[in-house]
Design a protein. Sequence first.
Length: 107
Amino acid sequence: MPKQKAVPPPKQAPRHRHIPQRTCVACRQVQATSTLVRLVRTPEGVFPDEKGKRPGRGAYLHSRPECWQPGIEKNLPHALNTTLTEADKQRLTEYFAAKSADDDSVK
Ligand SMILES: [Zn+2]
């Protein structure tokens, strides 16, 4: 009986990799989370959540001014079912302004 060549078992068909999709609360586009910034509501206020891991109610915005500017004013309070304080708005505005400044790929 001829020795059979060891054939490695066929690899499982690659599964479709699940890429989490989220909706920008300003423009309503659905995109991978990597292109969106998560904002999370905490007892201390609303914070940007770079890692996407903070517990709490979250909402997503693009880091482009067309989205985060109206988003902070209108869409975010609604999406998070909260009121943004002046401190929250200032913090988020500064965060996004800095992010837009060093991220030319999002236009
Ligand atoms: Zn958007």
